[in-house]
Design a protein. Structure first.
Length: 100
């Protein structure tokens, strides 16, 4: 793969800020965490993450905190969600504002 292909791929990344955590948004928590089963992402950075000052492990950690805070605030008022019940399916995860 040419370097330009990877740069093109990372140009589609969505850097978001939810609940005071800035991170590379990738949708539901599953997307952030599944690959950690096989890969230790501590210290792994590409140009995008280096520019943000974090690695992919820290990014997934932040996504986890966002997911938990979303459940605690529970904006859609689902029964039972809160500090101890927060691993939500995709349809209930925080999402960025629509693009203009």
């Amino acid at each position: 793969m040419a370097d330009s292909s990877y740069v093109a791929w990372t140009s589609t990344y969505q850097w978001e800020n939810f609940y005071g955590h800035e991170y590379l948004y990738a949708g539901p928590l599953f997307t952030h965490q599944l690959s950690h089963v096989w890969v230790d992402f501590r210290g792994i950075q590409d140009g995008f993450m280096r520019a943000k000052g974090i690695d992919y492990f820290e990014n997934s950690r932040r996504a986890t905190y966002v997911q938990q805070q979303y459940a605690i605030e529970n904006p859609l008022k689902f029964a039972g969600y809160g500090p101890r019940c927060w691993a939500l399916p995709r349809a209930m995860a925080p999402a960025p504002a629509p693009s203009k």
